[in-house]
Design a protein around this ligand. Sequence first.
Ligand code: ATP
Ligand code: MG
Length: 766
Amino acid sequence: PTVKPPHYLDELNEVQRQAVTTTDGPVLVIAGPGSGKTRVLTYRIAHLIEQGSAPWEILALTFTNKAAREMKDRIAKVVGPRASNIWAGTFHSLFARILRVEANHIGYPSNFTIYDTDDTKSLLGQIIRELSLDPKVYQANAIKNRISSAKSNLITPKSYALNEELLAQDKQAKMPLVSQIYTKYVERCKRAGAMDFDDLLFRLYELLQNHPEVVKKYRQKFRYVLVDEFQDTNTLQYAIVKRLVQYEGSPRNICVVGDDAQSIYAFRGATIQNILDFENDFSQYGIQTFKLEQNYRSTETIVATANAVIGHNSRQIQKKIWSDKGHGEKIRVIREMDDNLEGRRVADTILEQKNRFHLQNQDIAILYRTNAQSRIFEEYLRRFNIAYRVYGGLSFYQRKEVKDLIAYLRLVVNPNDEEAFRRVINFPKRGIGDTSVGKVISLAGQQSMSLFDALRHVALPTRARHAADGFIDVIEKAQRKSATASAYELAEAIARRSGLLDFYRNDNSIEGMGRLENFQALLDGIKSFVEEDSVSDTENLPDKSLATYLQNIALLTDFDTEGDESKDVVTLMSVHAAKGLEFKSVFVVGLEEKLFPSWMSMDSAEGMDEERRLFYVAITRAELFLTLSYANTRYRYGKMTMNEPSRFLAEVPAEAVESTSYSRRSNDHEFDPLAQQRARVTGVVPPARLRGTAKFAEPRVDMENFQPSPSEEIVAGVRVLHQKFGEGKVTKVDGGAGNQIATIHFSDLAQPEKRIMLKFAKLQVL
Ligand code: ATP
Ligand code: MG
């Protein structure tokens, strides 16, 4: 009798199933977008656990924390709550977790702080001042990049100082002393018990390299290692993975999935070479390679477009990709006179799609090349009352009031944290000036004592002495309490006793009130961290310490958002951030030469190829609807610029683009700028016509039930549905043609009577 396979294997096609069930030895999955690579990884983990592996034997490296969370949630549906014990997360967060346990081997405390980019720049600025160098020549940002790339290439300060090539480059850049700054920077981080993002990789590599007993421990522990988005790993990440899986001569079970055509992080040192190396490195151990060819995400039109676009790149691993979802809608191209109109038009199209296809906000994404482009779209979405969320840019945790409280918390965990110390020693103001702070830091350095000991011993005027003692007391009390109190209780006590809460409470300006709200939101966030039960340790003890909380937020990527993910909002993000995601409707905006492709990449063939892969990633996020837009002119860097349409638009096959028979509205507007302007001036916008040809394997949108309502139908007595106000009854219509105003009674509103311009309103007759 045949045994019925476990149910989850039914949700995979034949090749996917093979990739999932080939659990022993090295496995490589190279496949195009939407072909189920991430699904294979997810189901593979579920399968391993179902077959008896312990969750903590599994190490799964993902691109964002959010991706790891989603993976665990999906796995939990198969194997239950055990899923939370899988080691799934980003390289940085999982490596930080290992480093905490092993810190003593490399001369770090286990409570080390993670310096973010601002901390790094601030410390570099400080060192530049101390060395009396000109900060205009020695720019912290440029130096940060130099140091970062040195670390990624495993170059220590010592080897940097001996590296003729690097020294020559520095000289040429008129910064001959970078090597010295690097040395000092590393010393200072070490003294502060702090690691920056690069250190989390660099130090782990060193640890695994120099401590055979440690590497052995983790090789034994992680019986299964999996990597998603392998095409975007850098050399160092791959080197670490390789060290982790070499076990007594033969490698552990490793499975990596990726797509060379979607490699978009070369600027951060990622290299497709890793895929080629992987095949070589593991060939002697019987590597098995799987190619997935069916795209389950997108319509045939979108897949064909993607194939045509990427065909313009010269070098790539050959892959076939096909879809059986039917042709679906054609691709819409929007052209506008300027960036403002582009924003308006996109928001307008979103409303239209929501109506016609019954999409929810969360089905829709606007993707751009640079974060700065979000502003105009935000403005129009707000105006049109469409809820949205912007990813990237200034995150919640980068706000001043949030960073202030976090700095106090960091000091509780690690009193040597120099950047946190500098941030709050005199905030709220307590009369300890810069000179005193400078004295403390140099005393700590000279005597190699902690910052707090230095603060105790340094000579200060009476008032400052008193304030310093008070500050020490606040931190030390919290440290004593930290053994028994929860992270939330500690944070709450610090907020009060530091004077921060009062400081923000007493600020009655509008901004001040906003800050107080953020401050409060941070406390709420810590509370929910303490209460939620998902985070657990290998030993199955939930780790709710303040240290863990701080690490979690320090390692949020730009693409993880804090707070409620479940809201129904339109997503605004850079194309880089959209990797791995999918939406029913995708808008790729700002398709102009020098913007997308970016001017920074246009002077080299490799740069152009990378931009094209980026465009490829963008369009392959779409399931059903793809809209491409550009503007003839736009403000950039404070100047009006005029750009040609992006060359990528010309690479979209003509037959995939919406033809003139589709909707007069897009036709008139898009290809005839005069008609566009005419329409704007007169306000006469022909209603969109429906096309009944879309065919999907599984119809996900209800295209039958929507009736557009030409304005002739809107007369007194008719019941209508308004986007924002809900259901209402028309009581009167007045005004001339093109300028008609309806008076409508919306019974759900406090002020039910609204006068609405018909040409702007999105009304549906009921
Ligand atoms: P990307 O390269 O963009 O990361 P991917 O290869 O990781 O894409 P997934 O995100 O895993 O692709 O899958 C794309 C979509 O197709 C998802 O919605 C997934 O649930 C669905 N899918 C994958 N395989 C199957 C299948 N065998 N049957 C039904 N749906 C599938
Ligand atoms: Mg994926």
